[in-house]
Design a protein around this ligand. Structure first.
Ligand code: UDP
Length: 339
């Protein structure tokens, strides 16, 4: 029997981490999740062993690495609410930068040399130009973005000092859900546009607030680059394979390359589900750049990465069932086929 390649996934019970575990398992890896369940869900860990531990617990990491014969690491465990990071900066530096220190120490202590890091377009801050390339200056504007930049910088220094190799994946807006319905997006509190808008459309909450309608964009609302979580997960698997094949340390944008404004997202939800999204205009949310879109050329050249499900309507169609909504277009097509 061939032995699966065991890979440590910190934060494997979270939204992106759990989708990555599924993608890893399909690609022949054994994902070993370490998660403290502070925001993740135990029932999302389905494709490998689960260790309930905090990523800052270096000895738990070391034990897990030794027990499972871990060969490489994917690091998702982190706090990821921009607004919360402004209110609780020390917590963010402790959990995100502190978690990175603990993980690097555990890797150096056990001889692990390959790390895929969950980084973020928040490390770019408010860029002068879009689409954003990897050589765009990194100038984060909130503690969350700064904590992710610190992680990248620590890895850069440790790759020089200890021979670690890393792939820092700077994602744009992760959205959607597992197309087979095995996983979905469940944040508490929820702050992200797509789930909030789907909840408003299905009547699970009141009108969505559109944060800012006076931005210098097509329709005044903020523009973001939404990437399907399953595409993101596949990008991580490709990055793990790239490092395993000896690829040098790198930082790559993972995005669709296409921007959509808040109003465009609301219109797409109505097109896909048939349900209008009740909404009202609200003041700008502090810390929101007007427009963030990725130039994803380097990930394509380096990893052969291409998005497959990141069209906005596809993202909405895959996410809708977990909010009690259906893709009304499929029902219509089904009716036509039956006629
Ligand atoms: N947004 C909004 N209303 C909400 C939540 C988000 O208008 O209730 C906007 C937000 O201002 C941003 C976009 O939707 O322009 C995406 O926000 P999200 O929090 O999903 O992701 P972020 O880009 O902050 O990582």
């Amino acid at each position: 029997m061939t032995r699966l390649f065991p890979i440590l996934v910190t934060g494997g019970a979270g939204f992106i981490g759990s989708h990555a575990c599924k993608a890893l398992s399909l690609a022949g890896y054994l994902p070993v999740t370490v998660d403290n369940l502070s925001t993740g869900h135990a029932d999302a860990v389905k494709w490998g062993p689960f260790v309930n531990a905090d990523v800052r617990d270096q000895s738990a990491l070391g034990e897990t690495i030794r027990e499972h014969g871990i060969k490489a690491v994917m690091h998702f465990a982190a706090s990821a609410y921009v607004g919360e990071s402004v209110d609780r900066p020390v917590f963010y530096y402790d959990n995100n930068a502190g978690g990175m220190i603990s993980l690097i120490n555990a890797c150096v202590g056990t001889g692990i040399e390959q790390i895929v890091l969950s980084s973020s377009c928040a490390t770019y801050g408010t860029p002068a130009d879009c689409p954003i390339r990897e050589n765009t200056p990194q100038a984060p504007i909130n503690p969350y973005g700064r904590s992710k930049l610190m992680c990248e910088e620590m890895l850069r220094d440790c790759s020089a000092a200890h021979g670690l190799r890393f792939a820092a994946l700077r994602y744009f807006n992760a959205a959607g859900a597992d197309p087979e319905g095995e996983l979905c997006e469940r944040h508490d509190p929820e702050t992200h546009l797509l789930p909030l808008a789907l909840q408003a459309a299905s009547g699970q909450r009141g009108p969505l607030q559109v944060f800012g309608t006076d931005y210098p964009t097509r329709d005044g609302s903020c523009e973001r680059d939404y990437i399907h979580v399953s595409d993101l997960a596949r990008g991580h698997v490709l990055a793990a394979g790239y490092l395993a094949a000896g690829g040098p340390s790198t930082a790559l944008n993972l995005g669709s390359g296409t921007g959509h404004t808040v109003f465009e997202v609301l219109a797409a939800i109505q097109r896909v589900t048939g349900a209008p999204v009740p909404h009202k205009q609200a003041r700008r949310r502090p810390g929101d750049p007007p427009s963030l879109t990725a130039d994803a050329t380097l990930a394509s050249e380096t990893l052969g990465f291409r998005t497959e499900r990141s069209g906005l309507e596809q993202i909405i169609s895959d996410a809708a069932p977990s909010f009690g909504l259906a893709d009304a277009r499929k029902a219509r097509d089904g009716r036509h086929a039956a006629e």
